[in-house]
Design a protein around this ligand. Structure first.
Ligand code: AKB
Length: 320
């Protein structure tokens, strides 16, 4: 059985990936690493959780040795909008965690999953039906880290045989842990605000199309790719995956159809406006479908219904 370490386990993806991995590989085979003490405490209610700073290669390596890890999921990242506030910090954290993960995966012969993002693309990329292999000249430090990460991960695979795999995540919509510092965060926040205040102020332009994915599909993609037959993988780092693309206005109108009292307005953040304009409207994910069977289940309507149901309960229980 595989022994898994999730690094950066307390974030939006980690809080839901850990239980998903426990289901797939067994509870006793998953360790959650997280740098924030209070979050480690919370995680430890449901899994083996340890304090782990991905930038401390010695402590990171000791954890791999102690728990006999052979699969690493490196989720450490400062997201796109936050990265623009402190680009050097974003570079140091995102690339530092990746380089340590790559070098430890090489040393301890672990498979390594590190998510890339739609943020790896830029203004010069074709925005409609963005191909798997195309121009990648991002305008954000987050995107620069993602492209560098994709290249480095492929390099470690070809040069050292490290089993690196990755997907380019769209904005992920989820109801476990709130995202923080991303350009696509609005598509999560709105579902709570509907029930908290009945209205939402959006900082992304009303006509900005971006790819989105519901968390259950993101989790399935992650384990499906990591379990894929390596001989079928023509690409590795990183695969376009997509399932729905919408603008804020389209999402809010779809919510209003279900909750007629809901209202919204816009106070545009120029940084998020520039980022969203530079990202794909929708990607072509045919390589992921052909090479490892990517087959998402959740469309826009099913996702909205599920999010409204769960976020309503959470707000009523005072959890948000
Ligand atoms: C962000 O908005 O920065 C992230 C992403 C799409 O990578 N959610």
């Amino acid at each position: 059985m595989k022994r898994i370490l999730v690094v950066g386990a307390g974030g939006q993806i980690g809080t839901e990936l850990v239980p998903h991995l426990q289901k797939v590989y067994g509870k006793e085979n998953v360790v959650a690493g997280e740098v924030r003490e209070d979050v480690v405490k919370k995680l430890s209610e449901n899994c083996e959780a340890i304090k782990l700073d991905a930038l401390d290669i010695q402590g990171y390596g000791e954890a791999i040795k102690k728990y006999k890890i052979d699969g690493i999921y490196n989720l450490v990242a400062l997201l796109s909008a936050k990265g623009e506030m402190n680009p050097l910090l974003a570079w140091n954290i995102n690339m530092g965690a990746l380089l340590n993960s790559l070098n430890l995966a090489k040393e301890f012969k672990c498979a390594l999953f590190t998510p890339s993002s739609i943020g790896a693309f830029g203004e010069n990329t074709p925005h409609k039906g963005t191909p798997q292999d195309t121009v990648m000249r991002p305008n954000t430090i987050y995107g620069v880290c993602k492209v560098s990460g994709e290249l480095l991960s492929d390099y470690y695979f070809h040069k050292f045989g490290v089993d690196t795999r990755s997907v380019r995540f769209p904005g992920i919509i989820s109801n476990g842990c709130l995202p923080g510092g991303g350009t696509t965060d609005y598509a999560v926040e709105v579902f709570y605000e509907v029930f908290k205040n009945g209205k939402y102020t959006c900082t992304v332009p009303q006509d900005a199309y971006m790819d989105m994915l519901y968390m259950p599909d993101a989790l399935e993609a992650t384990t499906q790719l990591m379990e894929a037959d390596p001989t079928k993988l023509i690409h590795r780092n990183s695969f376009n995956i997509a399932n729905m693309s919408f603008t804020p206005e389209e999402l809010f109108n779809a919510i209003k159809k279900r909750i007629p009292t809901f209202t919204w307005n816009y106070e545009i953040d120029p940084v998020k406006a520039a980022i969203s304009a530079s990202w794909p409207d929708y990607m072509d994910d045919s390589c992921a479908r052909a090479e490892w069977g990517w087959n998402p289940k959740w469309d826009l309507d099913a996702m909205i219904d599920d999010m409204l149901k769960i976020c309503k309960q959470k707000v009523e229980q005072g959890l948000y």
